[in-house]
Design a protein around this ligand. Sequence first.
Ligand code: GDG
Length: 463
Amino acid sequence: MAASSTSSFVVVANRLPVDRVPESEGSGFRPSPGGLVTALEPVLRSHGGIWIGWPGSSLGDDDVFEADGLKLKPIELSDQDVEQYYEGMSNGTLWPLYHDVVAKPAFRREWWDAYVQVNRRFAETTARCAAHGAVVWVQDYQLQLVPAMLREMRPDVTIGFFLHIPFPPSELFKQLPWRDQILKGLLGADLVGFQRPGGAANFARLVRLRQGHKTHRDKILLGDGRQVAARAYPISIDFQRLEQLAKSQSVMARTEEICREIGGDRRILLGVDRLDYTKGIRQRLRAFGELIVDGAISVDDAVFVQVASPSRERVQQYVEVREDIERWVGRINGNLGRIGRQPVHYVHSSYPREEMAALFQAADVMVVTPFADGMNLVAKEYVTCRHKNDGALVLSEFAGASDELKQAFLVNPHDINGLKEAMLAAMRADPRDLSRRMRAMRKQVREHDITAWANAFLADLAA
Ligand code: GDG
């Protein structure tokens, strides 16, 4: 349905919250994957406004339209844009660089040129969709040049930027051949938000060192008298909505079914991730396999369920990490399983939210072990679904969520022995201890939900 094409509140993100389903697979829309959409979708729903982004395919129609009660403005990307701006510069350069070079970033000039061009198109479209004096909220590492470009086109609008992934220390960031352009791009915003205080501090240090700007507390003082604030706003989820879903009869019934079918008398350990090399999937499976080899647990005690949702499948590093994980799953099941008793249930697919809520409730232990992660919403979703205050969370110290979920079994995911100990401790913990931990974590997420996050950012932006 066509809708009015300007708004006083505009969210700009690489991806729209829904993907257009290609005609060959039916038609219509389906939710697009990933944490940014999970977090921002309820914000747009409650604030109204337009969401500008790529619909995940390159089919037709450029008008603002309405889908599922949201006003959306699609930006089409050509095959070459997808290859160079999205898979190249965004996910082959910036993503690995910002995640502690867990994989090696590639620096390609033609990717950078495409990044500049596509950022300009996003800025131009935003300039057309924003009403006079609008608030524009730009999201994430794919669009770091948009704030400065937009400011030049539309000095009347207020611009916020939020980075969903870690912002690296200057030693890593400085490797980027286009480091100064990115810093200048971000400084076009009035407020730059990060997941953790460390990210904000890294950014402030870089603009001091490289751009010569003075900083005072969390303010950056630009030469022209403008000020830019750089602060941490740990992102969250829609606690009420997810908890309600988890408590619904159909999800509870499905939980029991999963427990019966997969668990039986076995404890269920669960991993849920986009299939990404930052998430530490192989290491956690390896730790689980070693616990069986060591005799600490047996295939009759425990089963590991790993949901790996498809992600960035045309990027070479993602092809490799998938092959690597699947080799490990095959090896563990082949060496340690029996007919009818597989230690690892691995699925490479995406499930509806109801199924995820049931899985979270069925899991005795949730294992979240990224090497680097802006926040990690899966950890917060698990806690939200545990309305009976049971279950254990094993959580990497390198996930932003570990700042808040301090009662989790915290681990260094590089330390396989430490991972094994944490998984065992979580499986063997006293239920009263688990209940105490879970109550505290649930309180934290309930009181710091997505509404609180958006309100805090938008209030500071307005100020
Ligand atoms: C980025 C940052 C930051 C996964 N598989 C399925 C499914 N999911 C959902 C999860 C969760 C989301 O996707 C993943 O969010 P994360 O936060 O865990 O990770 P990223 O996608 O890497 O997100 C991250 C986030 O942005 C927000 O700022 O926390 O650090 O990397 O909501 O539940 N959902 C459904 N089916 C699946 O198969 N329905």
